[in-house]
Design a protein around this ligand. Structure first.
Ligand code: HXC
Length: 521
C-alpha cells in the first residue's frame, strides 16, 4: 500500500471513530448517568453480532439558522442501517440523544426515510428506536416536513412489512405519530415517555400540574391509554421483547410466519382441562390456563398485557406455526366485551390477518358491556371494529367456545357466519341470545310478577330457566344447525386445534376488490 492510500484509510478509520462518538464522550456519559444506553449500544444489543451495516454515517445537516452551521455532527443524531436478528434481515434506526437531543432535522428524516424505503423494497421489518426531543426547532418547517415524510412511509408500509417502535427516551410532540402508526410500541419504565405536549405546556393551557411520568410514562400508556403494547422494566428487556416479537412474525406480507421446531407433541392431551370449567356459570376461571395448556411449550407472548385485561391477545406457536390467540378472560369483568377490549382485539386481529398469521379464538363471553358510560364512549362503533376485523380476516380462523357465547358478542368472536373456518365447542358451551337469568325475566316477567307467593314465584322462575337451559345452554343446539363443527373434549383441545390449523394451511380466500375498506373508526 502506498503512503497516500494508507493515509486515506487512516482518515476513514478516524472519521468512523469520530462519527461513532455522536455528540461526544461527555454527552455519552450523561446518557449513561440517566441509566440509558446510547443509540449504538442499543443497536449492538438488538442485532446479531457484527451484522450491522450502517448507512449515512457521515451525513450532516445543512441548516444555517441560529448559527447551526457551526455545530455539524456526522450522522446528525440518528444511526441508521440494517442488520440481522436471529439471522433474519431487519432495517433499523436509532435516534442519538447525544446529538441535539436526537431532535429530528430534515437530514435525519432523510436517513430514516432511506431505511424505510429499503425495508419496503426488500420486504423486511423496520424497527425504530426513538429517543428524541422531537422536531429540531432550529429547522422549523423543514423538520416538520421530515416528520411528514416519515409518517407517509409508515402509512404505506402498514400491513406490508412489520413496523416496530421502541420508545427509549422522550417522544414528544407530533413525533408520537410515527410510533402510533406502527404495529407495536415498546416503552421502558421510568425512562421513556410519549405525549403530544409536555407538562409545561399542559400547565399553561389547562392549569393542570402533572409530571412527565404521570402524563405519558410507560405505566400510563400500558395500563390506561393502550398506546404502548409492551412495557419493559429496562432497555435490555425492551430490546429482548422486540427480538421475541419478531420471532413470531413474517418479514413481510409476502411470506408466511417463520416455523419454529418444537418437541411438544401436537397430540398432547391435558386432562386438567376437563375439570377447568366451574359448575357454577357465574364462577370465574383463568383463561391463561387454557392458553398455556394448548400452545407449544406453554410459551405465549402477550400483547397489551396490562390494558383491557378482560380480553387476552398475543402470539404463540401451535405445532410450530405462529398463531395469534384472542381469548376472553372470565376472571376480569367476567370477560365482557367493552370499548377497550374491542379496540385491543380488533387491532390485533387486523395485524395477524395482514401478516398471514392464523387466528385461534377462545370464547367465554357474557356479552357486550351495557350502560351510559359505554354508550357515550361509542361501544357501538368500537364493538363494530372487532366485528369488522374478524369478518374481513381471510387467514385461517379456528374458534373454540368454552362456555358462554351470548348475543352480539357470540357473533363478534369469530362465529361461523364471519367466515370462521372451524368452530369447536366444549360440552360446557352455552350459545344463546343471552343467559337463562336475563331471558326468563324478559320472556316470563309478567307471569313471574303475577305470582305473589315468593316460593311459587321462585319455583316458576327455576322451571322456566331449566326449560331455557335445556334448549339453548349447551353446544348441541348450535351444532344441530352446523354453526359448531364439532363438540370436543376439553383435554383434546391442543390436538384438535393443531390438526385444524394443519388442514387449513392451504386456505385461500379473497375479499372484494376495492380501493380500501371503510372500517368503523
Ligand atoms: C433542537 C433540542 C430539541 C429540539 C432537545 N434539544 N430538544 N434541540 N430541537 N426539539 C437539545 C437541547 O437544546 C439540548 O442541547 C440537548 O438537546 C439535550 O436537551 P436537554 O433539554 O438538555 O435534555 P433533557 O433535560 O434530558 O430534556 C429532554 C427533553 C427537552 C425533555 C426532550 O429537551 C425538551 O423538552 N425538548 C423539547 C421537547 C418538545 O417540546 N418537542 C416538541 C417539538 S415540536 P444542548 O446543546 O443545550 O445540550 C414537534 C412537532 C413535531 O416535535 C410535529 C410532527 C408532525
Amino acid at each position: 500500500m502506498t503512503n497516500l492510500q494508507a493515509e486515506k484509510i487512516t482518515e476513514l478509520v478516524e472519521r468512523r471513530e469520530n462519527a461513532a462518538l455522536g455528540g461526544g464522550l461527555k454527552r455519552i456519559e450523561a446518557q449513561h448517568a440517566k441509566g440509558k444506553m446510547t443509540a449504538r449500544e442499543r443497536l449492538a444489543a438488538l442485532l446479531d453480532e457484527g451484522s450491522f451495516e450502517e448507512y449515512d454515517m457521515f451525513k450532516q445537516h445543512r441548516c444555517t439558522n441560529f448559527g447551526m452551521e457551526k455545530s455539524k455532527i456526522d450522522g446528525d443524531g440518528v444511526v441508521a442501517g440494517c442488520g440481522t436478528i436471529d439471522g433474519r434481515l431487519v432495517y433499523v434506526y436509532a435516534q442519538d440523544f447525544t446529538v441535539s437531543g436526537g431532535s429530528l432535522s430534515e437530514t435525519q428524516a432523510q436517513k430514516i426515510c432511506k431505511v424505510q424505503d429499503l425495508a419496503m423494497r426488500v420486504g423486511a421489518p423496520c424497527i425504530a428506536l426513538n429517543d428524541s426531543g422531537g422536531a429540531r426547532i432550529q429547522e422549523g418547517v423543514c423538520a416538520l416536513a421530515g416528520y411528514g415524510e416519515i409518517f407517509q412511509r409508515n402509512i404505506l408500509a402498514s400491513g406490508v412489512v412489520p413496523q416496530i417502535s421502541g420508545i427509549f427516551g422522550p417522544c414528544a410532540g407530533g413525533a408520537v405519530y410515527s410510533p402510533a402508526l406502527t404495529d407495536f410500541n415498546i416503552m421502558v419504565q421510568d425512562s421513556s415517555y410519549m405525549f403530544l405536549t409536555g407538562p409545561a405546556v399542559v400547565k399553561s393551557v389547562t392549569g393542570e400540574t402533572v409530571s412527565q411520568e404521570e402524563l405519558g410514562g410507560a405505566r400510563v400508556h400500558s395500563f390506561k391509554s393502550g398506546v404502548a403494547h409492551f412495557a419493559a422494566a429496562s432497555e435490555a428487556e425492551g430490546l429482548e421483547t422486540i427480538k421475541r416479537l419478531l420471532s413470531f412474525l413474517p418479514s413481510s406480507n409476502r411470506e408466511a410466519a417463520p416455523f419454529k421446531e418444537t418437541s411438544d407433541p401436537a397430540g398432547r392431551i391435558d386432562d386438567s382441562l376437563n375439570e377447568l370449567i366451574p359448575d357454577n356459570p357465574n364462577k370465574a376461571y383463568d383463561m391463561y390456563k387454557v392458553i398455556g395448556s394448548i400452545v407449544d411449550d406453554g410459551e405465549f407472548l402477550e400483547v397489551h398485557r396490562n390494558w383491557a385485561k378482560n380480553i387476552i391477545v398475543g402470539f404463540a406457536h401451535m405445532n410450530g406455526r405462529s398463531v395469534g390467540v384472542v381469548a376472553n378472560q372470565p376472571s376480569v369483568l367476567a370477560g365482557v366485551l367493552d370499548i377497550n377490549a374491542s379496540r385491543k382485539a380488533a387491532r390485533f386481529v387486523r395485524f395477524c390477518d395482514a401478516f398471514n398469521i392464523p387466528l385461534v379464538t377462545l370464547v367465554d363471553v357474557p356479552g357486550f358491556l351495557c350502560g351510559t358510560q359505554q354508550e357515550y364512549g361509542g361501544i357501538i362503533t368500537n364493538g363494530a371494529k372487532l366485528l369488522y376485523a374478524y369478518g374481513e380476516a381471510t387467514v385461517p380462523k379456528v374458534t373454540v367456545t368454552l362456555r358462554k357465547s351470548y348475543g352480539g358478542a357470540h357473533i363478534v368472536m369469530s362465529c361461523k357466519q364471519l367466515r370462521g373456518d372451524i368452530n369447536y365447542a366444549w360440552p360446557s358451551a352455552n350459545i344463546a341470545v343471552m343467559g337463562a337469568d336475563g331471558a326468563v325475566e324478559i320472556l316470563y316477567g309478567k307471569e313471574l310478577k303475577a305470582e305473589t307467593d315468593p316460593a311459587k314465584q321462585s319455583a316458576l322462575r327455576q322451571e322456566k330457566k331449566d326449560e331455557y337451559d335445556a334448549l339453548f345452554c349447551n353446544p348441541y343446539n348450535a351444532a344441530s344447525y352446523g354453526y359448531i363443527d364439532d363438540v370436543i373434549e376439553p383435554r383434546n383441545t391442543r390436538f384438535r386445534v393443531c390438526r385444524a390449523l394443519e388442514q387449513l394451511a392451504g386456505k385461500k380466500q379473497d375479499n372484494p376488490v376495492r380501493k380500501h375498506d371503510n372500517l368503523p373508526l
